[in-house]
Design a protein around this ligand. Structure first.
Ligand code: NAP
Length: 447
């Protein structure tokens, strides 16, 4: 048993400071669980002089990564800097120097996970990353360990708090448009000055790639995840969604289907009784469907200093316990069964379309002919006069299950019609959920 286990912290921002403080504040509990003390010996920052008034750990700061990465006393590198570079280089250097790694960095894992895990396996070191998806929600651990006996068929998630806050606000107040809720999210500190990573679904695609890779034992790169953001959603979409019995969420979903993987992030109409429809505000949730567990739902705070610290610290304690007791935890995500991601064109689901059309005789017949010729069956058709638009009317269509390629072709043909002013939006309707199919009841009656 070592006298103590030393940590090198790379990054001392929102999460880094909280982790450093918690290691100090919980020193006795950590020592009891691990078997020896765990201390933060050094922390990497960009600016040593920056005021860190909430830092209560007297850790030594440095701007030189090599001082931490080459320190033989440091056993675990805790990477909390974020971003792809220079972070990736630092993690690789840590692994090749024989150090164990804990990281909260979804971008590095989504883009370079398989290579990092291979390097770690070759070197016999651990890489843990619970905080990279869902902040404080335990999801990597359950997928890898507690539910490891399952063949997973689906991962359905709301995994971006910023967009979930914005969509929840738009659903609750019909006077709010996209720009207004974005400003509100920025004022509350939920959205960055450049919100693209959140509103364009980039952050959610990183996280879904990580979850799908673990669930389906394959490599799902972030670039293979189909991605569409929330910028086109308008108050009208929320009004129609509610009229039709749906809630709009930025859905991240991965599904094993026909021997391939579907992986997509996009706004979706969810039935109001879908388990994810009730996840509001900055909360995140992940629903897993497995052959043994059936459906299991994990919900909680998807970000924030303390929830994220909860996940990072648990990873640190697990690694420290293994080191102290001479065990080796498995290196994650290192298997690959070769399943590939199917193109979005092959998706089959239901669709909602909102169009603006010139109020002329025959226009509705033209629209239905376009869908009919492409063998897309329409489930509902709503036409509304829009007072302020002169001779333009709004038409809302929902389809039965149809192929994405056919619906996209229909959009192209509709846009070419003289009688159609614009196709204002197309949103996929998602009704697949194991628990939803049974009205939220478990598969078997039990005790
Ligand atoms: N915040 C959350 O709620 C949350 C939730 C889940 C996961 N995460 C993940 O946790 C990680 C950290 O997030 P955060 O919110 O704590 O970020 P943050 O507040 O921006 O902190 C980043 C820290 O890294 C340091 N840093 C960045 N680039 C550096 C470089 N090139 N060299 C040296 N130091 C550098 C910064 O130094 P200075 O202090 O000198 O600027 C700062 O201390 C990210 O991967 C993020 O995705 C965060």
């Amino acid at each position: 048993m070592p006298d103590q286990i030393s940590i090198g912290l790379m990054g001392l921002g929102v999460v880094g400071v909280s982790v450093a403080n918690a290691i100090d504040a919980k020193a006795e509990v950590i020592k009891a669980r691990v078997g020896c003390p765990v201390v933060v010996s050094r922390a990497l920052v960009r600016d040593i002089g920056a005021v860190r008034s909430n830092l209560r750990n007297s850790v030594e700061l440095t701007t030189d990564p090599d001082i931490i990465l080459n320190d033989p006393e440091i056993a675990i590198i805790v990477e909390l800097m974020g971003g792809e570079q220079p972070t990736l280089d630092y993690i690789n250097q840590a692994i090749s120097n024989g150090k164990h790694v804990v990281t909260a960095n979804k971008e590095v894992l989504a883009k370079h996970g398989p290579e990092l895990f291979k390097a770690a396996a070759d070197k016999g070191v651990m890489v843990r990353f619970e905080a990279s998806v869902g902040g404080g929600i335990p999801i990597i651990g359950p997928l890898m360990n507690d539910l490891a006996a399952n063949d997973f068929t689906a991962v359905n998630a709301v995994i971006n708090g910023t967009t979930n806050y914005m969509l929840t606000r738009m659903a609750s107040d019909s006077n709010l448009d996209y720009q207004m809720v974005l400003k509100e999210a920025r004022d509350r500190g939920y959205a960055e000055a450049d919100p693209s990573a959140d509103v364009d679904g980039i952050d959610a695609a990183f996280k879904l790639g990580i979850l799908a890779s673990i669930a389906f034992h394959c490599t799902v790169r972030d670039t293979e995840v189909f991605r569409e953001g929330i910028r086109r959603l308008s108050p009208a979409d929320f009004a129609y969604a509610s009229e039709l019995g749906y809630t709009i969420k930025l859905l991240a979903t991965a599904r094993r289907t026909h021997g391939r993987i579907q992986a997509r992030v996009h706004p979706a109409f969810l039935p109001e009784d879908h388990p994810l429809a009730k996840v509001d505000g900055v909360y995140n949730a992940v629903e897993l469907e497995g052959d043994l567990v059936d459906s299991a739902m994990f919900q909680g705070p998807g970000a924030g200093a303390e929830p994220t610290t909860s996940a990072v610290l648990a990873d640190i304690m697990a690694e420290a316990h293994s080191i102290a007791n001479g065990e080796r935890l498995p290196v994650h995500m290192s298997d690959n069964n070769g399943l590939v991601v199917e193109p979005i064109d092959d998706l089959e689901t239901k669709y909602y379309l909102r169009l603006r059309v010139y109020d002329r005789p025959g226009v509705l017949a033209q629209i239905t002919t376009v869908f009919g010729d492409l063998e897309v069956s329409l489930a509902s058709f709503i036409q509304k006069e829009v007072g302020e638009l002169g001779d333009v009317a709004e038409v809302v269509i929902t389809t039965y299950v149809a192929k994405e390629s056919a619906v996209q072709e229909a959009v192209r043909q509709l846009e070419a019609l003289d009688s159609v002013s614009e196709v204002s939006n197309l949103v996929r309707i998602e009704e697949q959920s194991a628990s939803l199919a049974r009205g939220g009841q478990p598969k078997r009656e039990g005790d």
